[in-house]
Write a protein that binds this ligand. Sequence first.
Ligand SMILES: Cc1ncc(COP(=O)(O)O)c(C=O)c1O
Length: 375
Amino acid sequence: MKNKKWRVPFVYLTKQFADLDRYLKAIKNVAKKGDFTLGERLNELEKKMARMMKARQAIGVANGTDALLLSLKVLDIKQGDEVITVPNSFIATTAVIALVGARPVFVDVGDDYLIDPDLIEKSITKRTKAIIPVHLAGNPCSMDRIMKIASEYKLSVIEDVAQAVFGKFNGKYLGTFGITGCFSFHPLKILNVWGDGGMIVTSDENLAGQLRLWRNHGLKTRDEVEFFAHNSRLDTIHAAILLEELKTLKKIINRRSKIAGIYDEMLRPLEPDLHIPERNQEEAKISPTFTQYVIQVKKRAKLIGYLTEKGIEVKVHYPIPIHLQKAAQYLGYRKGDFPVCEKQADTILTLPCHQYLTEKDVMYVSRQIADYYSK
Ligand SMILES: Cc1ncc(COP(=O)(O)O)c(C=O)c1O
């Protein structure tokens, strides 16, 4: 190993799809039938996902952003309304609120990177219609407290589960607490396709029927349009890929948890130079998915340079909070408005945590970090 540089990639998609024939066979079967749009395998996937999550309905859409957007549309959230969410998500969570004409209202997060339930009520006004909690990095939000507040103020909850497929809070699947749960199948998610894909899960049959119209031009039949709507269908070939992946998904999530556990053990002694990820702070039973393993570090820029030099690929999710983005200027927020989120934006670091890491890889990453702080 003397001359060979150790490499730890952030993701390993080529390895994930190395058994190409398995996936190509599934796609070929769709192609042979010419069943590309709203096909049989999509139907099968929707039924399977709903059953696995113990929800009534699952609706495949074009991507995770549309899953959120169509959820807002179907609830008739529009100009004049306010929607509460966090400033430390992927930009799409906020963008969809703005895209329907409503106003995004941010609430700061806790040490676990998740919406702080203690701060929600202060942000509710007469115009508030919904809350979008984000299960960031695969860590479950405090759904019991969020649902209680939502029910008291008669607000809808749209869960952003893009990073937490098959995570659980108190034994219940994330995405099944709110009126809808919105999933992304982007290639960097744990359950992923060869392009873009998404899904909405709901147990409201009436809403599900409406969402099926919202994703398909508002078409009630081939020739009758109920209302003007989007073209946002999950392709049948992507459904075929997802059905293959579902066979091993739970194993993958368990493997990621195991890797996170090794990181925890290896990195905990380095406190206070770094902090290992806080799990949800409530006394609930939670099952995170570790879509990301996010630590907080001192001297981040130099550490990134050091790790890169050692062949370790790391990222920052996300370095600029949404309220400080140019796109959000019109909302009038300022630096200092969300101190916890802002502090985290300067100190967070996402380590590789995918299922193809060996124990040796995880030890190697941890040791390099320890070496860096020992200097
Ligand atoms: C938290 C979060 N919300 C929404 C999205 C949007 O999903 P998509 O990229 O499939 O549109 C993503 C994915 O990147 C995400 O991570």
